[in-house]
Design a protein around this ligand. Sequence first.
Ligand code: GLU
Length: 447
Amino acid sequence: MSVKVRFAPSPTGRLHVGNARLALVNFLFARKQNGIFQLRLDDTDIERSTEDNARAIERDLAWFGLRHDEFARQSDRLDRYELAAERLRASGRLYPAYESAEELSLKRKAQLAGGKPPRYDRAALRLTDAERAQLEASGRKPHWRFRLDDAPREWDDLVHGPTRVAGSDLSDPVLLREDGRPLYTLSSLVDVLELGITHVIRGEDHLTNTAAQVQLFEALGGPVPVFAHLSLLTDASGGKLSKRAGALSLEALRDEQGIEPLALASLLARLGTADPIEPRTSLEAVIEGFDLSRFGRAAARFDDEDLVRINARILHALPYEAIAPRLGALGLSAVDRDFWNAVKPNLTRFDELATWWSVAQGPIAPVIEEAGFAVEAATALADEPFDADTWSRWTASLKSRTGRSGKALFRPLRLALTGREHGPELKVLLPLIGRDRALARLRGETA
Ligand code: GLU
């Protein structure tokens, strides 16, 4: 049996790191088993779903490198959910209930106050035909609930291990809203069955619903898929991540923080496992190192600092070939292998390459602290052409002329030539700066 998984976001907002992790784990699981990765848009909530979000989700996943093999959207499949509901009605498992949201909330409060679990009391099942007719005549429209049986269901969750929940501990789930539209439990389940999903890998927030869903799979006569419920991401101190969903959207990580997709993948493929986080410079390497069985039940802490650190480590490891196709977009087509190799150890994000390029090309404001030394340095600078040895010859001659060495020699030269205390090796920058610009900078001119 070949593996098929799905990532099923609702296009009611942008993807954030929590979604990205689920998408990635599904993708990696599929790739590792030569299976199929499906993207499914859960867009039955028409008030909150937007096309803009749907397009952003596809864009974000493409940026992340998670190409889907199959695509489905629930708004295309409403007739399938209606048919399934029809079958459940015919078998007596789907029943109309008329309570308003407020009535249900009052019932829940009363149960909690009495120390009881908040479970739907099935009052709707005790309505007589006459009472039902009266409610309908008064304009009430029913929502539809799936009647669970009391028996426990057990499944072997790939993360949580054997898990057992009794139907008697659960509320009959609502499958259809008053307006006839399906809710997640029904639509998601019908999709699993009809689209041949073998493994449902999703967030732990869906764990308790699973027992009800197992009953629904049975009622619809389909095989129960394998489940894996991943622990949710928390922030570095164990708090809820959702509060920062905006700042942690893939868009913000990409556009505002300059995070590399491989940095995110390297981190998210390991968060929630005891394995070390290793920077991977290709998605193939992330796939290679992935193992779902390594994921545990403990909360997975997401720390922005880790992401920034791993981002830098990935940039430092990327060969010129990997970045060459991206240079044009930054207007840096002239950047060659030597420049990349010289500058990359200084990068924490890719677009800083432009900063170093402009340090070489100018104009920059030099910093001259000792005018006398700058004059001396200008006098000792060789004629062009400059090459990779120009810098060491220049500094050697300055050393013997002035007796300076170490910091006293190098710091003023760096400040004059780049206007900064730190940066890439000057032996690589100097030929790019060139003699005229170097002399102008040594004179203190912006060049
Ligand atoms: N649309 C659901 C969600 O975002 C999908 C959950 C699932 O994978 O079953 O929570």
